[in-house]
Design a protein around this ligand. Structure first.
Ligand code: ACO
Length: 385
């Protein structure tokens, strides 16, 4: 096959590596320096000084909100939290022990059937739906978490911030201030990460002007995968399987020998430490010290040391998914809910990037390099052997 002929003027990058598909002012990842900013603000500063609601506003609207703007945004996020009863019914019909991301994807797809206000594109209407979807994501995660335990969903508590309410709806307990702060920091760190697979999937769907629910459902479908958001759950299961730090070497020797990828390591863009992992490691250290999960943190330290020694030269370091699970597990959250928690934050990035792209929309339509036959003569069914 004449590769040049079929490429024409186009270039070929498997997995769209290093291909730029849009312009954006939302966030920047410097993969060599391990640096991440949202709208010009370093994530470490946002974790220290901001809240999930404020950072969500910043990500979607492009500036830090004034007092009244934040109040209005927060009260919208709070007022949009409820789900239509039929969506609760659909969640209840799903298997209790099924994959929570599959349930969340199904719930979001169904939500679209109960809100067709965005079937025709209108930027301000889609913005409003986007805010609603952020609010509803938390409630859907909470309802699925309760269903997994055979319990009825809780009514969202409008006196609680987004993160505290999410934790309350999952566990039935209101978190204390420190837990809220730590989990809010984790939520801030997951809000946006440029053109990752789920963001791209949601933008590709939105670019056909389908509707916001279809686009966010596509984001959820993509985030589920173990190469992407699903890795946080896989990491925790690996740490549990290793069991004690002394067994980490044997486990990793076997993984290295079989050339198996280690979940929570490596990244398409970062070729050094993911800055989110650096921050989450400190929280994992703190939280594991008092919640009976110190052994998991010790195993993680050992795994980090060995994997970086083995693969650091290839640019493979811990990513955002490596330490987050220790924090969630230490707080008693079921590992099956780790990726839904990720979604409850990343929905902000999906919404922001969809809205930004739609200001000057162009349908995503890349090409494939054809490597098949060009001339095949048709054989009637009766003559095929
Ligand atoms: N462990 C061991 N080796 C790895 C790892 C890993 N976690 N990640 C990449 N490599 C190796 C590959 O085996 C390959 O080696 P080779 O060149 O000798 O064949 C090389 O690095 C390149 O790997 P690719 O998979 O082609 O690199 P890509 O840019 O596609 O990787 C990815 C990105 C998919 C995240 C990968 O690092 C991976 O699978 N990591 C594990 C899963 C994970 O943690 N995902 C979460 C990422 S963060 C997020 O999405 C929220």
């Amino acid at each position: 096959m004449d590769k040049e002929r079929f490429l024409g003027q186009a270039s070929f990058a498997k997995g769209l590596e290093d291909v730029i598909v849009c312009e954006s002012k939302i966030g920047y990842v410097d993969g060599a320096k391990g640096w991440l900013v949202y709208r010009g603000y370093e994530i470490a500063d946002l974790v220290k000084c901001s809240t999930f609601e404020e950072t969500a506003y910043l990500t979607i609207f492009g500036k830090l909100p004034r007092g009244a703007e934040l109040e209005e945004f927060t009260s919208k996020l709070s007022s949009y939290r409820s789900l239509p009863e039929p969506v609760h019914r659909i969640i209840r019909e799903l298997p209790q022990d099924g994959n929570a991301m599959a349930s969340l994807r199904t719930a979001f797809s169904a939500l679209g059937s109960y809100d067709n206000t965005g079937d025709r594109f209108d930027h301000s209407a889609w913005t409003e739906i986007g805010i609603k979807q952020v609010a509803q994501m938390g409630t859907a995660v909470g309802a699925i978490a309760r269903h997994r335990k055979g319990l009825s969903p809780l009514v969202p508590d409008s006196s609680l911030c987004y993160t505290a309410n999410l934790l309350y709806m999952i566990s039935g307990r209101k978190p204390d201030d420190r837990m809220t702060k730590v989990m809010d920091a984790a939520m801030i760190l997951h809000i946006d990460h440029e053109m990752n697979a789920s963001t791209f999937a949601s933008m590709a769907v939105a670019s056909s002007l389908a509707d916001m629910y279809s686009a966010i459902t596509a984001g959820l479908a993509s985030l589920k995968g173990p190469l992407h958001g699903g890795a946080n759950e896989t990491v925790l299961r690996m740490l549990l399987e290793i069991g004690v730090a002394d067994r980490a070497d044997a486990y990793l020797d076997d993984m290295f020998a079989r050339k198996k990828k280690i979940s929570g390591f490596g990244h398409r863009v970062y070729k050094t430490y993911d800055p989110r992992a650096v921050i989450l490691k400190k929280f994992a250290d703190e939280v594991s010290a008092t919640n009976g999960t110190r052994h998991l943190y010790e195993i993680a330290q050992k795994v980090e040391e060995r994997v970086v020694k083995q693969y650091g030269g290839k640019g493979i370091f811990p990513n955002v998914d490596f330490f987050s699970g220790i924090i969630y597990y230490s707080y008693g959250i079921d590992p099956g809910l780790f990726t839904p928690l990720f979604a409850a934050s990343r929905v902000v990035g999906w919404v922001a990037r969809i809205l930004e792209y739609l200001k000057d929309n162009r349908l995503f339509r890349p090409r494939a390099l054809y490597t098949g036959d060009l001339v095949a003569s048709y054989t009637p069914l009766s003559e095929r052997v």
